[in-house]
Design a protein. Sequence first.
Length: 140
Amino acid sequence: MAETEPGLPQRSTAAGFGRVLVVVYAIFAVAATARSVLQIATRFDEAPLAYALSAVAAVVYVVATVALARGDRTSRRVAVVAISVELVGVLTVGALSLLDSTAFPAASVWSGFGSGYGFVPLVLPFVGLWWLWRTRPGER
């Protein structure tokens, strides 16, 4: 185990279950990036808000993936921020997309709370934050 401060072991965010979590985040990073690039390049004028939000989601997933994979002290903080932004994003966009469907004529990654992705975008930030809490440095 890596030491962050004398006497306080740090459990890796990318070990054990964390490896699976990093892979899931990486898959979402690739999927959201590919989707947003295609949408923005081919039909941005049809639904600029939805497609811009897909790009934001892609950036968040990329940052979360890298931060979880690195797992050092700074990366853990970055991961907490990125995953918190993800949680707020999926809850906000999910609610707004259901309340005002005219604002979202095309789906984004977070539309309908991630219904287009089997609601994984809704569950993933809760799992990510739980894992960061579970692997936090401290006495075990």
